[in-house]
Each structure stands twice: as structure tokens, then as C-alpha cells.
Design a protein around this ligand. Structure first.
Ligand code: PEP
Ligand code: MN
Length: 264
């Protein structure tokens, strides 16, 4: 796989202030909820509005997403706020629907990156797309699976590629929901120095009080962006309630985070 500046051209071309910011709820719940949060994030550092429509839950019996209707809500978000939109895709049907609804950014979740069959199916469905496609690290700390997914998507001629570091699961209980193992992200960066690297402090920490510190660490390590779950009423969110921050907390965070010094 080529390893040139071409890998980050799409991000440079967007000429956004550093970092790239993706925020919005873990799950789209109702049309009102999706639009309310989007309006609260409209005039902020947020570039892309995220909301999970199809939710990969580890155990059955939890909320598994509103499904395709949520894509219409994201279209409304774009029309009403101008925010670009992002959602998770986990199979060909999701990709086809997301492309039909002109979603701007698609990401592959941690539970999908572990499966080369699923990654290849998504890569084939996305062949040649001009949408942004981000690949979360696999749930387990296996760099090869992450690299393999990048290679499969790159081979499908997807130009706007990036990766999301969301931490790794462990058997031992730690203060993190998913331990960061920062060296894994750094290793990936060493292999593909120009591939945009986004941090997801929400799924790393699992706790909203820790999101700021992990975000700061990511910025200190020169990550290109942050994906932060944001909800107007986090305690009553239908998924990942403990880790979501409110739009006003998010805005304050971006006032307090120390940004990297420009070196060139
Ligand atoms: C999510 O972004 O809400 C999500 C399900 O994340 P992950 O794939 O990192 O668990
Ligand atoms: Mn989540």
C-alpha cells in the first residue's frame, strides 16, 4: 500500500481548523432528539454530526437503533444546520442506504473491524466512493486486524480514509471502559504517518468526567481529530448514558483544550 501524503489530502483540502471534530449522540433516538442536539451544536467547533442508526449491541435486549428512518433525520440535520453527517455502517445494506441518503461520513465500528468478511463486504459496497470513511480499531488489541481493514478499504479505491482509536477491551477491570493502549495508535501512525487519526475519548473512558483528559492526551500526541458523544440529556440517553457530555460541556471543552502548536 502506498504511504504518501495522498492519504491525508482530503483532510488538508477541507482546510478545517485543527482538530477535526465529530460530535453527536451515541444513538439517534427520535427526530426531535437528533434535531435538538444538532441545533445546539450548530455554532461550535463541530464539523461532523454523528448519530448511530444501527447499533451493534454486545448483548441482545438493548436498544438496537432506529434503523433507516434515522437517515432522514440526519438529512434534516444537514438541511437545517449545515452540519455534515456521519453514521456507522456494518454491512452492504447499511452502506447502500447511507449513500442513498447522502450521508457524508461513514464509519466502521469496533465490532465490525474484527471481521475481515464484513470489512471486505463494506469495502466492496463503498468501492470508489468520495465519502469519508473511518475505521475504528477492533475491540481487541490486534494491530493486524486494524491494518488489514485499512488495506481492504484502500484497495477499494476509497480516497477519504481515516482511522478512529476507541480503545481496546480487556478482561481485567480498569478505570477505562476500553484501555487506550496509546502505543497501538502510535504504531498505526508509524505504518501510515499521513493517514488521519481521530481519537474517540467517549468509548475509551466510558465516563464523561474523563473525556477531557483523554482528549487532551490525544491532542498532545498530535491526533488529527476527536469524536465525542454528545447528548442534550445524557443520563436519559438510550445507549452509552454514562459517557455522553452535553453540548454546553463540549463547547467549554474546546475553550479549555490546549491545541497543538502549528509547526509548519
Ligand atoms: C459508537 O460509536 O457508538 C460505537 C458503537 O462505537 P464502538 O464501535 O467504538 O464500540
Ligand atoms: Mn456509543
Amino acid at each position: 500500500m502506498e504511504n504518501s501524503k495522498d492519504l491525508r489530502k482530503w483532510l488538508d483540502d477541507m482546510q478545517l481548523p485543527h482538530p477535526l471534530v465529530i460530535a453527536g449522540p451515541c444513538s439517534a433516538e427520535t427526530e426531535e432528539q437528533v434535531l435538538k442536539i444538532a441545533h445546539e451544536l450548530k455554532d461550535s467547533d463541530v464539523n461532523y454530526y454523528r448519530a448511530g442508526i444501527w447499533k451493534p449491541r454486545t448483548r441482545p435486549g438493548n436498544f438496537e437503533g432506529v434503523g433507516a428512518i434515522g437517515l432522514k433525520w440526519l438529512q434534516k440535520v444537514k438541511a437545517e444546520t449545515g452540519l455534515k453527517t456521519a453514521t456507522e455502517v456494518a454491512n452492504r445494506a447499511h452502506v447502500d442506504l447511507a449513500l442513498e441518503h447522502d450521508i457524508d461520513m461513514l464509519w466502521i465500528g469496533a465490532r465490525s473491524t474484527v471481521s475481515p468478511f464484513i470489512v471486505q463486504e463494506i469495502a466492496d459496497a463503498l468501492e470508489g466512493t468520495d465519502k469519508v470513511v473511518l475505521i475504528k480499531n477492533p475491540v481487541n488489541p490486534d494491530l493486524s486486524l486494524w491494518l488489514g481493514a485499512v488495506e481492504r478499504l484502500h484497495s477499494a479505491n476509497i480516497k477519504k480514509l481515516g482511522v478512529i482509536h476507541r480503545g481496546f477491551s480487556t478482561y481485567e477491570k480498569t478505570k477505562y471502559r476500553n484501555i487506550p493502549e496509546w502505543q497501538m495508535a502510535i504504531e498505526l501512525q508509524t505504518r501510515f504517518p499521513d493517514l488521519p487519526l481521530i481519537n474517540d475519548p467517549s468509548h475509551i473512558t466510558g465516563k464523561r468526567d474523563m473525556v477531557f483528559d483523554v482528549s487532551q492526551t490525544a491532542l498532545d500526541l498530535n491526533f488529527d481529530g476527536l469524536m465525542i458523544e454528545t447528548h442534550h440529556d445524557p443520563d436519559n440517553a438510550w445507549s452509552d448514558a454514562a459517557q455522553q457530555v452535553t453540548p454546553s460541556v463540549l463547547k467549554q471543552m474546546f475553550k479549555d483544550l490546549k491545541m497543538r502548536k502549528e509547526t509548519d
